[in-house]
Design a protein around this ligand. Structure first.
Ligand code: ADP
Ligand code: MG
Length: 589
């Protein structure tokens, strides 16, 4: 028996869109990606994403961007191959927007129920509803300037797709990663993500430092190393190539690759070979199966890269791929192995980069400590023979302190020492802070605590009482025992032992809490470090204290054994160097 063969006919628009949707919209995170990119293309400053049930039940992206001018344009936005971002094929060679294919909204609307509300600043707002590719209604409405797109019941009408969805928790985690990557890629903008009604990410916008903190937590963000390479040019005609960003030092690594963020001309991309170039640079430095953190921006002339090779625009093709991989790898290797000079004294802008290590967005996250490799401590200038798999452009000296010979004390505040490169001044307070801090971090068990002879009532304000109450257990492990005492006071029972001689206990507690609560909303994981830093600050040898020679020697040798001897826990330098060459120069030799 022969089956009747249907004749050839054109598919209807709904079917075409549903087939196309399969390419662009694979899972809930693809919807979020497309909507967020549209918001970015619309010049939004603030992008709010909310999802329910892993995005399958609901995804909403609200932006304050340019909006869509009128009802007709809004309807057109949801048609296939309708875009405002390209007008002719030749534009494809230099796409400056994230989107350009004009198929995302059509694809999303083909496989879900969409409600879009949009208003241009000087236009009338409109609402459009589409149910799995079919227009339900389009009408004027009141709306804030910008665009809000709500996607409900994704893939409900496409059982084959629905089957491939993972647990809501897994889908939500992917969305969380995605939004985090955009927050890093566009640090000037505010991103918010709420998952099932709970805020799971808030990046305030402002600086790369703030975005890194919001995404990675304060401690990891502060540890990142600036990475840069601008030594290579692409083969003509493409021109200059520049890589810059941040990478993790070797002691900081994660179990997944998801914290490696690559941007090519501002577009977040995935590129297995670029990832490889980065992982290669860490070979032998971090344990197998662990991955570094990296945020690297590659900038090159638009002619040097083709962005139209992947339906979701997640991959790109480089005209001169080798040059790009080489530059990325050099940037990472140099960041990891490159020699961080001890701040030279008497340079044109003496020690400026030490006091406030690096300006936001340029060389490193502001407020970040001058972070160094927790390397063993060969003398400075010694060639690193450690397994840096790839040859760095510069001498790769691990970052430590050379052996120093004590000469004396200056102004009861600085130790004066001689080292292989010249004269070193060591800030005794900063050095002591560093030493104590690392010891406390390395201790096992709770921090030794000392009870007050008589518990002291300390008025701190209701917010601080609540803050302490929420963290009572963790604070107790750090030697701080305080309990609510009326609405805005604490009853202080014990403080860390090292603070025994640090003056009025109530004042000490206030100082500790101020310092520990500082800095917006850093990741909870960093609480311990913040408290310890505060404890060290309060407890360490103050400037203005005369030290015995033996004490000074101890301080120097203890500092030499620190993992990061060159900065105090707050990022200020512990040591500055007046080089032999500079001394010669000053004497006119
Ligand atoms: P593409 O982004 O490739 O142009 P889309 O289907 O994602 O295609 O969007 C179609 C068009 O709808 C865009 O070109 C843009 O003009 C408009 N649009 C989509 N989202 C927004 C938004 N959030 N704000 C303003 N305009 C938007
Ligand atoms: Mg788009």
């Amino acid at each position: 028996m022969e089956l009747a063969r249907p004749g050839i006919r054109r598919l209807d628009a709904v079917t075409i869109a549903r087939i196309a949707a399969g390419e662009v919209i694979e899972r809930p995170s693809s919807v979020v990606k497309e909507l967020v990119e549209n918001s970015l293309d619309a010049g939004a400053r603030r992008i709010q994403v909310s999802i329910q049930e892993g995005g399958q039940r609901l995804i909403r992206v609200v932006d304050d961007g340019a909006g869509i001018r009128d009802g007709e344009q809004l309807r057109l936005a949801f048609e296939q191959h309708a875009t405002s971002k390209l007008s002719q094929a030749s534009d494809l060679d230099a796409v400056a927007t994230l989107g350009f294919r004009g198929e995302a909204l059509a694809s999303i609307a083909a496989v879900s129920q969409v409600t879009a509300v949009s208003r241009a600043a000087d236009g009338q707002g409109h609402r459009l509803r589409i149910d799995n590719g079919r227009l339900i209604d389009l009408a004027p409405c009141g709306a804030a300037p910008g665009t809000s797109i709500t996607v409900e019941n994704l893939f409900n009408a496409v059982p084959a797709r629905r089957k491939f969805l993972r647990q809501p928790g897994t889908e939500a985690a992917q969305i969380q990663d995605l939004v985090a990557r955009y927050a890093l890629a566009f640090p000037d903008l505010a991103f918010e993500l709420s998952i099932d009604g709970r805020e799971s990410l808030r990046s305030g916008g402002g600086s790369i430092a703030a975005a890194l903190r919001a995404v990675l937590g304060a401690e990891a963000a502060a540890a990142l190393l600036p990475a840069m390479d601008d030594r290579a040019d692409l083969r003509p005609p493409a021109g200059p190539l520049r890589v810059e960003g941040f990478v993790s030092p070797q002691h900081l690594h994660r179990a997944t690759k998801r914290y490696v963020v690559l941007l090519v001309n501002g577009r977040p991309i995935q590129d297995a070979r670029l990832h490889h170039a980065i992982f290669d640079a860490y070979r032998g430095l971090i344990p197998k199966g662990r991955f570094p953190l990296a945020l690297l921006k590659v900038s090159l002339p638009p002619e040097g890269v083709d962005v139209n090779v992947h339906p979701a625009k997640a991959e790109v093709r480089f005209r001169d791929a080798r040059a790009v991989y080489g530059a990325v790898q050099r940037a990472v290797v140099t960041a990891l192995g490159g020699r961080l000079p001890i701040a030279p004294a008497g340079s044109l802008d003496p020690g400026a980069e030490w006091r406030r290590p690096v300006a936001a967005g340029s060389a490193g996250p502001s407020e970040r400590g001058f972070t160094q490799l927790p390397a063993p401590l060969p003398a400075l200038g010694e060639q690193a023979s450690a397994g840096y798999g790839v040859a760095a452009g510069s001498e790769a000296a691990p970052i430590g302190l050379p052996a120093l010979r004590l000469l004396g004390q200056l102004a009861q505040a600085y130790l004066v020492a001689e080292g292989p490169d010249g004269l070193y001044l060591v800030d005794q307070h900063a050095a002591h802070e560093r030493i104590m801090y690392e010891r406390m971090l390395d201790r096992e068990g709770p921090l030794a605590s000392q009870s007050l002879l008589a518990p002291a009532a300390v008025s701190v304000g209701a917010a601080v009482v609540a803050w302490v109450q929420e963290r009572a257990d963790r604070l107790q492990k750090l030697g701080i025992l305080a309990e609510p005492f009326g609405p805005d006071s604490l009853l202080l029972r014990a403080l860390p032992e090292v603070l025994a001689g640090a003056g009025d206990p109530g004042e000490t507690l206030r100082t500790l809490l101020d310092l520990a609560r500082e800095g917006g909303r850093p990741g909870e994981a960093a609480l311990e470090e913040r408290v310890l830093r505060a404890v060290c600050k309060r407890a360490s040898v103050k400037a203005g204290q005369t030290l015995q020679e033996a004490e000074m020697r101890r301080l120097l040798s203890d500092l030499e054994t620190c993992r990061q001897p060159r900065t105090c826990p707050h990022g200020r330098p512990t040591v500055i160097l007046l080089s032999r060459a500079r001394v010669d120069q000053l004497f006119g030799r």
